[in-house]
Design a protein. Structure first.
Length: 542
């Protein structure tokens, strides 16, 4: 099995060993693959997911049977719903007792099946080469996702046949779209008055960012992104609209309200409900992706183009001549987003305004540095306002929208992109769910900054309760001393006590070759103010 992993180009396996897979872990120790010992199997799965997201190669996580394997499940499901390649491998009870009630026995294959593209039991050592090759092929082929293999303990102990060796790796290549579909799309774009592009996760992982920009510039079409697509169109480009997917009608939505054609490029419905951009279901949609569109009342595709996304966009750009002049409404959207961020930069309240934290985070990081944004109220602020200039430099989970993936994920981000500075933006609730991986980060020497948006509450749930029922209940809790907590691991700890302290603290922490934890109090009264201001906007964006 380890030889097969090496054959697939695996460099790291994240996990925790158990009694039933000690031979697998020993084989890894004697291989070219680095075994990254984690403090929780959930953290191992999140590390594998982020590694897969940044490299395009399936990240690998490993656990023992029973509870260890079950702990992998959340990260595995997150990977599948976020279209990310992952291979999860766990031990299982032996073939000799799997059919009956026995210690630590649970049907893991059935448990993982709904959360993966393929879930299977390895029945014999001779099956390993074919099963591992199939696992990687399925995980990495569009639409990517997680796969799972269970290895019974007696299979792990058995000798492999002499002829058992890895299979050649073959990589499926995307086709060009059909000429007929190109012609249909060209005709729709030729007569469009207010087309808008939506660039999603598929465009990011497909390496289509340059083609998106060329297409937009050629046709003078404004480009919005999903949360996962942030950076596919640089936010400082004059045709960039920002990210769409906020829970209320945001500035960017007005660009879709006016649209008569949506060019959905690499968009996947799990990123957000298409009713947000096509509420009446009557806007023409051109679907560009490696696979057909999912069926939805509000995503009724006029033309679907399956094939390499970049080549498809370039083919369209060379053939379309627009009959109508480009609309100019997107400049106002850009002004509103830039103005909100600028007001945040100047806001000196304490606890800090969310927009102030976003502005200082952006100022502290370089264009190619990586911010991992956890789920919570802060995700809405970062997704809306954090300017992103390259794909996969602002990582958000918006498929399953899982909490607590960012601290372990940052370890994998630093392994995958060692030259990038890595920052975790997390709420205090999410931080405490997987904060034990600070020890892992220090041990394997993956420097990072963990910026905690501290409000002693589950902020997003409080926000939603305030909106829906007028008050919130059972969302508040107490936190430890985050500085002392960080220092107890051997990390550095900082506490922000005034608005003007955050930016210099971020810069200092990012320059340190260690793990730093910054506790930053946040004033989420801005949540209600934002909803009120958005609700007052009319079609003129005034």
């Amino acid at each position: 099995m380890v030889e097969c992993l090496e054959n697939e180009g695996v460099t790291h396996v994240f996990g925790i060993p158990g009694e039933e897979n000690i031979r697998f872990v020993e084989a890894l120790a004697n291989s070219s693959i680095e075994y990254v010992l984690t403090r929780h199997e959930q953290g191992a799965a999140f590390m594998a997911e982020v590694y897969g997201r940044l490299t395009g190669q399936a990240g690998v996580c490993s656990a023992t049977l029973g509870p260890g394997a079950i702990n992998l499940l959340l990260g595995v499901a997150d990977a599948t719903t976020n279209s990310t390649p992952v291979l999860a491998i766990s031990a299982q009870v032996g073939i000799g007792r799997i059919y009956k009630e026995s210690h630590q026995s649970v049907d893991l294959v059935s448990m993982f099946a709904p959360a993966t593209k393929w879930s299977a039991l390895v029945p014999s050592p001779g099956a390993v080469p074919e099963m591992v090759r199939k696992a990687f092929k399925l995980a990495q082929t569009e639409r990517p996702g997680a796969v799972y293999l269970a290895v019974p303990e007696d299979v792990e102990e058995a000798p492999a046949p002499a002829e058992c060796s890895p299979l050649p790796v073959n990589v499926p290549r995307p086709d060009d779209p059909s000429a007929g579909q190109i012609e249909r799309a060209v005709e729709i774009l030729r007569t469009a008055r207010n087309p808008v592009m939506l660039a999603g996760h598929g465009a990011a992982r497909g390496g289509a960012a340059d083609a998106v920009r060329r297409f937009a510039e050629s046709l003078q079409i404004p480009v919005a992104t999903t949360f996962h697509g942030k950076g596919v169109m640089p936010d400082d480009h004059p045709l960039a609209l920002g990210a769409v997917g906020f829970m209320r009608h945001d500035y960017v939505n007005f660009g879709f309200d006016r649209a008569d054609v949506i060019v959905a490029t690499g968009y996947e419905l799990q990123e957000f409900d298409p009713i947000r951009i096509n509420p009446r279901g009557d806007t023409k949609i051109i679907h560009i992706h490696r696979f057909p569109a999912e069926v939805d009342l509000h995503y009724d595709v006029a033309v679907g183009l399956q094939g390499d996304i970049g080549r498809t966009l370039d083919a369209l750009a060379t053939q379309v001549t627009r009959e109508h002049p480009p609309s100019s409404g997107h400049e106002k959207i850009r002004e509103l987003l830039a103005g909100e961020l600028e007001r945040g930069r100047a806001d000196d309240r304490f606890p800090l305004a969310p927009a102030c934290i976003v502005a200082d985070t952006r100022a502290a990081l370089g264009r190619s540095d990586i911010a991992l944004v956890d789920t919570g109220a802060l995700k809405m602020w970062m997704a809306r306002l954090y300017p992103t200039y390259e794909p996969n430099t602002c990582l958000i989970s918006n498929g399953l929208s899982t909490m607590a993936w960012t601290v372990p994920g940052a370890i994998a981000a630093k392994i995958a992109r060692p030259s990038a500075k890595v920052l975790v933006a997390t709420g205090d609730g999410a931080f405490m769910m997987n904060s034990q991986e600070i020890e892992t980060a220090l041990r394997v020497r993956t420097p990072m900054v963990i910026l905690i948006w501290d409000d002693n509450a589950y902020g997003l749930i409080s926000w939603k309760m305030d909106l829906e029922i007028g008050h919130n209940v059972e969302t508040r809790f107490n936190n430890p001393d985050f500085v002392a907590y960080a220092e107890s691991f051997g990390a550095k700890g900082y506490r922000i006590t005034a608005a003007d302290e955050l930016l210099p603290t971020l810069r200092q922490a990012l320059d340190d070759d260690t793990v730093s934890v910054i506790a930053c109090p946040v004033d989420y009264s801005a949540n209600s103010a934002l909803i009120a201001s958005l609700g007052e906007l009319d079609e003129s964006l005034s």
